[in-house]
Each structure stands twice: as C-alpha cells, then as structure tokens.
Design a protein around this ligand. Structure first.
Ligand code: HEM
Length: 408
C-alpha cells in the first residue's frame, strides 16, 4: 500500500471510528466497531451524561452506567427481571425455551442454581487445584520447547476446556467441538447469531440425550439423574444448565487469562509481583476490573422505575453496564490505570446479586494458578507484537484473538 493509500484508509477509518458522544443516544453493543480502546471514552461520556442513558438502537433500551446504580439494579432482581432479557437486542429469539440459569427468575432460578453450583462451590476448589496446576505445568513445558507462542491458543484456551471437560465428562473430541461451536457463536453478529446458536443448541441437546441414555460418573450425568425438591429436571432445563457451563464457563475464562498475561507482561507489574508474590490475587482482580470479559447483561423492568431522576417504564429493556461501572471514577480512583495492588477492588466483573457468576471461584483459581506458574517458569516472558482483540462480540463480550509472546 502506498503512503497516500494508507493515509486515505486511515481517514476512512477515523471517520468510521466511534466518537464518545455516539454512546449518548446510539449505543449499540452489537456494533462491531466497538474495540477494547474506544469503549472507555464512550462509557465515560455516558456516565457523565447520567446514571441512566437511553439508546435508540435495537428498538430502544436503557443503559445503567454508574457503579452504585448498576450494583443496586443487579441486586434488585424483583424489579429487574432476567426473564426475557439476555443480551440486549436478542429478546426475540424464537423456538427455544428460556431455561438458562442466567435468563430465569426465582423460583426456577433458585432450584437450578442450587444444583448447578454444587461442584464448583468455593469449598470444593481443593478438588481442582492440583489438576489445574499439573495441566498448567504441562503447557508451560511445551512452551519451553516452542520459545515463541500465542498466549491465547497455547495457554489460555486449554485450561478452561480441560476443567470443564472434567466436570462435564467431555472427551477430547467433544471439547474440540464445544470450543468450535462456542467460537462461532460468540463471534456471530446479530443477523447470524440465531443460526450459530441453533447449532450450538443442537450439540447441547445431543449431549444431554446421550447422558440420559448412558449416564457416566461425571457431574453432568449426576445432574441429569438428580432431584431437587423431589423433582427431576426436564430435558430442556438440563440443556439450559449445560449451556451455562459449556458457554458461560468457557470464553469468559479464556479472556480473563489472556488479559491477565497481557497486564502481567508489563515491567512495573512484574517488578511488583517479584518483590511480593502475595499480590498475585490483586493482579488477577485488577485485570478483571480493567478488562472485564463480560461488559454488560440485560434485564427487563417489571415495574415503573425512577433511577437518578430518569423514569423507566415497566417492560423496558435495560443494560447493566458492568464494564462502565468498573471504570467509574466516583468509585475507583484513576480507573483507567492498572494498579497491581489496588485495594479495595469491588469490581462487578462477575455481576452482583442472585445472578452473580457461579464459576467465579473456578475462574479465579485458574487465573491465579497460571499467574503463579508463569512467573516461576518464565519471569521474563514478553509480548512480541500487539495483542489482537475481538472487539465487542455477541453484544456483551470482549476478548482476544491472538497475543504473540516469547520466552528468553
Ligand atoms: C473470568 C471468568 C468469568 C467471568 C468474567 C464471568 C462473568 C459472569 C457474569 C458477569 C455473570 C452475571 C450475569 C448477570 O448478571 O446476569 C455470570 C453469570 C454466570 N456465570 Fe460466569 N463468568 C466467568 C466464568 C464462569 C465459569 C468458569 C463458569 C462455569 C463453570 C461460569 C458460569 C456462569 C453461570 C452459569 C452464570 C449464570 C448465573 C446465574 O444466572 O445465577 N462463569 N458470569
């Protein structure tokens, strides 16, 4: 490309780049122009405009922008229902029962959550810690031979897949298929997401039907056979529950680990860790605050509400902007700075209230173990090129395609 062509291209790109005031009336989380760089000034403009901002996109919806209001709404599941509201703009999916934990309200939610969280409660993390550490060491052993590697594919992807594979009784081929379907699904746009979702859903149905016919000794089989309050789960409930593990437990953790290893490659973060390895957990939390894998979740108001003087009628779609809340400077001083020892750090990256992530202990264990072993094995690892981000995908999720890195 000649210099003048490059200049012309950059002029076009800057025209199509999103300006912060776009967020004030047109915010559309499905817009593929949203990147890990331009989203923060957009959120800032939205927060400055008020705790609630209306968007005309996707048929019209409201965004809650500031920390205190986001947290209060996440806690208020009676007035902010999760039924009907999933990713903003996707409420009209047809032909699929709404049985995913994340899109149910009590009492269905309470019943499902009790069963689903059983194997991954905090007190059970000891059952995973040795296995995760062994897998991480195996991966690092391979990286020792490679010298140059990709943080996403060589380190971040395999661990959540392996852990979920164990819980769900997935063999290697099923893990690979799950990953492929999830990747296609979360990278789909609003127009193609329904087809991508249908394929993923078909895989989930097939898996549940197989477990119902041939139960094994994995947790998914136990779930299929279990009773809560004297009742077995229906096939469609089981499919919804499997969805929670196979999707929600997958790409989020991959992106959390990837972001962690980007931040940890910076000299000041390395120096802080080497001086005091006990700050590892704080580095993990600061990564989750700064670069949340999930930027927002949807709700529907069940009653007329007034938030920060703005009236939101009943039956409206509302986005809880967890990502924006994490960068609210009325709650987090200098929110755009990565502070390895930030404390307190009550970020909302796992949500809040009854829908708070059930996999948070597992995700934290995976991230902390990888950080610990990475610094033991390769304290001088470095990035060899700019990380390639996904931008905002699937209307709420932000992660990484590739992060080239090397060891000495
Ligand atoms: C860094 C990793 C992760 C992040 C950032 C994350 C983020 C979130 C967020 C923000 C929510 C709240 C949704 C809402 O407010 O409606 C959530 C819920 C959920 N997460 Fe995670 N998650 C992660 C890892 C996991 C893992 C490892 C699993 C499973 C093994 C998992 C399974 C779920 C499920 C099933 C829900 C629904 C909970 C409910 O509705 O009661 N997540 N997650």
């Amino acid at each position: 490309m000649t210099n003048s062509e490059a200049r012309a291209l950059s002029a076009i790109e800057s025209k199509t780049d999103l300006q912060p005031d776009w967020g004030l009336s047109q915010f559309d989380p499905w817009d593929r122009r949203i990147t890990e760089t331009n989203i923060w000034p957009i959120y800032r403009a939205m927060r400055e405009a008020g705790p609630v901002v209306h968007s005309d996109a996707l048929g019209g919806f409201w965004s809650i922008t500031r920390y205190q209001e986001v947290r209060a709404a996440a806690l208020d599941h009676r007035n902010f229902s999760s039924d009907h509201a999933l990713e903003i703009g996707k409420q009209n999916w047809t032909g699929r029962p709404r049985t995913r934990l994340i899109e149910t309200d009590p009492p269905e939610h309470t019943r499902q959550r009790k069963a689903m969280q059983a194997p991954i409660l905090q007190k059970r993390m000891g059952e995973f810690s040795d296995g995760i550490r062994t897998s991480v060491k195996e991966l690092l052993g391979r990286i020792a031979e490679l010298k140059e590697f990709d943080i996403v594919t060589d380190l971040a992807e395999p661990i959540p897949q392996e852990v979920l594979g164990q819980i769900l009784g997935f063999d290697l081929e099923t893990r690979r298929r799950n990953r492929e379907l999830v990747r296609r699904f979360v990278h789909a746009d609003l127009a193609t997401s329904e087809d991508a979702h249908a394929d993923f859903w078909a895989f989930l149905i097939e898996t549940i039907q197989d477990r119902l016919r041939h139960p094994g000794d994995d947790f998914l089989s136990q779930l299929c056979m279990s009773e809560v309050e004297g009742q077995r789960f229906s096939e469609s409930e089981l499919v919804g529950m499997l969805h929670g593990f196979a999707l929600a437990g997958h790409h989020t953790a991959i992106d959390g680990i990837s972001s962690l290893l980007i931040h940890a490659s910076k000299d000041d973060v390395k120096a802080a860790y080497i001086a005091d390895p006990s700050i590892g957990t704080q580095i993990v939390e600061e990564t989750l605050r700064c670069d949340p894998p999930i930027h927002l979740e949807g709700r529907t108001t069940t009653t007329d509400m007034v938030i920060g003087g703005v009236a939101i009628p009943a039956g409206e779609s509302v986005a809880l902007l967890y990502g924006s809340a994490n960068h609210d400077d009325s709650f987090f001083p200098s929110p755009e700075e990565f502070q390895p020892t930030r404390s307190p750090n009550q970020h909302l990256s796992f949500g809040y209230g009854i829908h708070m992530c059930i996999g948070l202990h597992l995700a934290r264990l995976e991230m902390n173990t990888i950080l610990d072993e990475m610094f033991k094995w390769f304290p001088s690892y470095r990035l060899t090129g700019p990380p390639v981000g996904t931008g905002m995908v699937f209307g709420h999720h932000m992660g990484w395609e590739s992060i080239p890195a090397a060891i000495e």
